[in-house]
Design a protein around this ligand. Structure first.
Ligand SMILES: [Zn+2]
Length: 704
């Protein structure tokens, strides 16, 4: 996006013919002509796209009787494609390369779009048609995929309130619109708190303990902000290594506090009132739809089905994880004493002493690993695994337009050169990008409008090395890349007819399976020997170092599991609240969080991975609300699924890989997730492989 966008007049009238968002994009292979797209194009494009979609919906709702799959469901699947295109481009830019003008567009459009979808999902005439097609599905000669698509429509309309009376529908619409506004405000507040913090370091004393790569990242952060010296910012890929390496306890505390207080600082960017209102509105929404609380509403359409099933799983893992974390805490406290420190281990000390402990126990140094994990090597490794498992080939396509010069685009092809799609990798942190890592798409796979190949995007926030030097990753960064690439493959390998069930359009506690499963390959010595080569000498990682890296895999797993499960528990507690009665006090998010953590006996020296005031997974949009547990749920699945390869003695076993592709990666939401898993594995998963993998005592928990 050109610099001038910052000051673009987003309200300027632009004719449809002059709007690049409304062109057919054929000249650029279906990819948006990013160099010509700027913020002022979005409002007019949205206006056109929304009107077009509205007219399509009205015409479908008026269709002939009796309704059929073809004149109801199939046309619904074809409708709204302009809106989808505009939305996809907008969301990509709003996350990966935003500016003030785009933020303003987001504030204007988020409630309008929420209203638009709510109007469709509560359209009584349309729902009557969907309901009629659903009732006749058994006898209408539909194939399995078509039946599943009808069922998905029916479920989603019912859950959106299509069967409600008018006053209830009206209230639901108000709730949804307000939730969308609040979700946007929530993210913008977190971003504002992140941008407001810079800790500048200048002297050697302030840099104490920081290894060379860390200093370089901090220098790059300063440079991005036109500052001298070194700058600690609040992106996770800066904060975590800073806490791990900085020998300055006072600075660690300062950075830690700023990081965990995002959205909880009082003033205009504080998120606590937003959280209280969102929790209240979600509870009310669930009640309107006939559920006791939001968690029940949410889980009814998930693989887990009930909050009890989720709590059972979390409980199975929590006990051994907490015990393991507390043992680590004792070991670190002993280390502090041994060094003559006269203080109690605090949360800002955990990563620092855990690093010391790791060097002692596993004798393993993150800084020694990094030269073997250059970004380019890890990208190659991700491609290599995809080649071995699924026969995919990746070819750089510098000619394809992208939104920033750092973005790389690859053509993906399959057996005999069959075109699979495009893969966009946007790997470096920059101020215009929100923190985190994610997969998104510019275009989803489908066959309804001819063979439409997917255009899939991975966005990460790796600190970029200075010009001319390769970016080196930590092992965690490399794992993140593999994770997002697993999601990307779920989008790329999708082989369905209907867009509604394409790629990652599956229930949330199933969607992390393809991504988390993919991480397993990175951890295999067989792969590391091949791809972990020194960026200067090309030498393979010394075998001894490699063995230590693999052995260190379970180090600090108690901590990671505890900081994660705490989030899942608090999320579930918050969304299990019934709607408040008239006299109820407004929820105090900070007190609620503390209470919930006390219930599970959270160790004091560990904080939640995401405290409520910046828990974007559950408040920016509602993607993971009452659904954060799903990473753990998926981890049960992925550990169990990888065991299917291990059992054959070959991590690239062709037969298993083919089943994996057919039943999981290519299948989208074609099947009920439990059935899909069974068709891959021959049975439902158990938690045994997960507990083994994390180095915890084996327990027995079945996921049903
Ligand atoms: Zn993921």
């Amino acid at each position: 996006m050109p610099e001038t966008d910052q000051h673009a007049n987003i309200l300027a009238p632009i004719s449809d013919e002059k709007n690049p968002l409304l062109e057919d994009w054929d000249a650029s292979g279906g990819v948006p002509p990013f160099s010509r797209v700027s913020a002022e194009h979005f409002l007019p494009a949205y206006a056109r796209a929304l009107a077009e979609h509205e007219a399509q919906i009205a015409s479908i709702a008026r269709g002939p009787a009796p309704p059929t799959f073809a004149d109801t469901i199939a046309v619904l699947e074809r409708s709204g494609r302009t809106l989808e295109r505009v939305d996809n481009v907008f969301h990509l830019l709003a996350g990966a390369h935003t500016n003030d003008a785009l933020l303003e567009v987001e504030r204007i459009m988020a409630p309008q779009i929420a209203r638009h979808w709510n109007k469709i999902h509560t359209n009584a005439a349309l729902f009557r048609r969907i309901d009629a097609v659903m009732q006749a599905a058994g006898t209408a000669g539909l194939d399995a995929e078509q039946k599943r698509v009808v069922e998905r429509y029916h479920t989603s309309f019912r859950r959106s309130g299509a069967a409600l009376d008018d006053p209830a529908k009206k209230r639901l619409a108000e709730i949804i619109e307000r939730l969308a506004e609040l979700g946007t405000a929530f993210s913008q507040n977190v971003l504002a708190d992140e941008q407001a913090f810079v800790l500048r370091l200048a002297t050697e004393a302030e840099l104490a303990g920081l290894p060379g790569f860390m200093r370089e990242s901090l220098r790059a952060e300063a440079f991005e902000r036109e500052l001298e010296g070194y700058a600690v910012t609040l992106s996770r890929s800066i904060v975590e290594p800073f806490l791990q390496f900085s020998g300055r306890r006072d600075l660690r505390e300062k950075v830690f506090r700023a990081f965990v207080m995002r959205g909880d600082n009082g003033g205009t960017t504080d998120n606590k009132a937003i959280i209280a209102e969102m929790a209240r509105l979600r509870a009310e929404r669930a009640r309107l739809l006939g559920y006791s609380d939001f968690a029940h509403y949410r889980l009814d359409d998930a693989m887990a089905k009930t909050p009890t099933a989720v709590r059972n799983l979390l409980e199975t893992v929590w006990r051994p994880a907490r015990a393991s974390a507390l043992a680590d805490s004792d070991a670190m406290q002993a280390l502090i004493q041994e060094e003559g420190g006269n203080f109690k281990l605090e949360p800002w000390d955990w990563r620092y002493y855990s690093e010391k402990l790791r060097r002692r126990i596993c004798d393993f140094d993150e800084a020694a690993i990094k030269p073997y994990l250059s970004l380019d090597r890890i990208i190659e490794a991700a491609f290599y695994v995809a080649a071995r498992l699924f026969g995919l080939k990746f070819t750089l396509r510098p000619d394809v337009p992208a939104w920033h010069p750092d973005v790389r685009v690859w053509q993906v092809s399959g057996a005999e050169g069959k075109e699979i799609g495009l893969f966009f990798g946007d790997y470096f942190a920059r101020p215009s990008k929100r923190s985190g890592a994610w997969m998104t798409s510019l275009r989803d796979q489908q066959r309804l409008a001819g063979e439409i190949t997917p255009h899939i995007v991975n966005v990460c926030n790796f600190a970029k090395a200075p010009a001319g030097e390769p970016t080196l990753l930590s092992f965690d960064d490399a794992r993140t890349l593999f994770h997002e690439f697993g999601h990307a493959l779920h989008g790329l390998l999708s082989a369905v007819t209907y867009p509604t069930i394409a790629g990652t359009n599956v229930v949330t506690d199933f969607v992390e399976l393809p991504s988390q499963l993919y991480e397993h390959w990175l951890e295999q010595p067989e792969l590391l020997r091949r791809i972990a080569l020194h960026y200067q000498t090309g030498a393979a990682m010394p075998e001894e170092l490699l063995q230590r890296l693999v052995a260190a895999r379970n180090f600090n797993k108690g901590f990671a599991t505890v900081e994660y499960i705490a989030c899942a528990e608090v999320d579930l507690d918050l969304h299990s609240l019934p709607p408040p009665n008239a006299g109820d006090q407004a929820l105090d998010a900070r007190a609620f969080e503390a209470q919930s953590l006390a219930r599970i006996a959270m160790p004091q020296e560990i904080v939640m991975r995401h405290r409520l005031p910046h828990f974007a997974h559950i408040f920016s949009g509602g993607g993971y609300a009452a659904g954060y547990y799903s990473y753990m749920w998926s981890e049960v699945l992925d550990a169990d699924a990888f065991a299917a390869f291990e059992e054959t003695g070959d991590i690239f076993d062709r037969t298993t890989a083919k089943r994996l592709r057919d039943c999981i990666y290519a299948a989208g939401g074609r099947q009920d997730p439990a059935e899909a898993y069974k068709s891959f594995r021959g049975r439902l998963p158990t938690a045994d492989a997960l507990l083994r993998k994390r180095g915890f005592a084996a327990g027995k928990a079945a996921v049903t």
